[in-house]
Design a protein around this ligand. Structure first.
Ligand SMILES: [Zn+2]
Length: 292
């Protein structure tokens, strides 16, 4: 599943490619991809003549801010146009966007097509079809309609995510620290890859009961999370998730991992073999010698 760095990479790509993209027509190829409004006709009609003004990200959600365009040639400044709510996207396991300049027939996994002027198209493709989209019309609150969005914990790069906060959320928690990091209501955007990599970097066993982690370890953990996420954004995500950028590339330039999917390989610090074990149903990769 794409995690924060991959979703942020997609966001930056969309921002670059879709500068002032006006949705002229929407085609829904699979109804279940539209999570809201309930009627897909409302989704299609509501998005027509929307200019994508801005792309934001919150956790693993992509959020497009829309403006309503009345005529063909938008007069600037854009601020004069009425807001038309938000288009929110969660890619889940295998969702990705492709920006197409010259019309090509869609593949069978195409779920939603957004057509612009001059036949260009933003195509949403999703093999396993867990991804979802919402059109939240002006006046409604995305946080209220999308439960997962409204309940998100702080962004790892925000000032709210500090050692004091971490100390508070782990206190009296008997869950493993790995499970805590995966909990989106505690911190937004971290999934399996970055939880394993951050814990390795901080030298903390993923099996540790959260409440037993000391302050100096929390400082290290927080720093590891921020450093690894930033590094990964800089390199366009990891090679391991099924995520693709707007050109449909699966990024072979991605971040090199230390433990994730390195089961049986030598630890880069101590030479011991990396182990894989399950924690609450999730595969966890770690070095039992370096992580205590
Ligand atoms: Zn090691």
């Amino acid at each position: 599943m794409p995690e924060l760095p991959e979703v942020e990479t997609v966001r930056r790509g969309l921002e670059k490619k879709l500068n002032n993209f006006i949705i002229k027509k929407v085609e829904v190829c699979r109804d279940s991809t539209v999570a809201f409004p309930k009627k897909k006709e409302e989704f299609i009609k509501g998005l027509r003549n929307s200019l994508i003004h801005r792309w934001d990200r919150r956790g693993k959600y992509l959020i497009a801010q829309l403006k309503e365009i009345q005529n063909e040639n938008p007069r600037f400044p854009l601020e004069n146009y009425q807001n038309n709510g938000f288009l929110v996207i969660h890619l889940r396991m295998t969702g990705y966007f492709k920006f197409i300049n010259i019309s090509t027939p869609p593949c069978k996994h195409t779920r939603i097509r957004f057509f612009g002027k001059n036949n260009n198209e933003l195509r949403y493709i999703d093999v396993r079809s867990f991804g979802q989209m919402w059109w939240i019309k002006q006046g409604l609150s995305p946080n209220r309609i999308i439960k997962g969005l409204g309940s998100l914990g702080p962004e790892p790069f925000s000032k709210d995510f500090d050692t004091k906060y971490l100390k508070k959320v782990i206190s009296k928690r008997t869950k493993s620290i790995k499970a805590i990091l995966l909990d989106q209501t505690i911190v937004a955007g971290i999934g399996n890859i970055y939880a394993d990599e951050s814990l390795y970097s901080a030298g903390i066993s993923p099996f540790r009961e959260a409440q037993t982690i000391k302050k100096n370890e929390l400082i290290k953990l927080k720093e590891s999370i921020v450093t690894i996420l930033k590094k990964s954004i800089g390199s366009g995500g990891t090679t391991f998730s099924d995520f693709r950028d707007l050109e449909g590339e699966n990024g072979n330039f991605g971040l090199q991992t230390n433990v994730y999917r390195r089961t049986g390989k030598e630890c880069r610090k101590c030479g011991n073999l990396i182990v894989r074990q399950k924690i609450t149903g999730r595969s966890t990769h770690w070095c039992p010698k370096c992580q205590k």
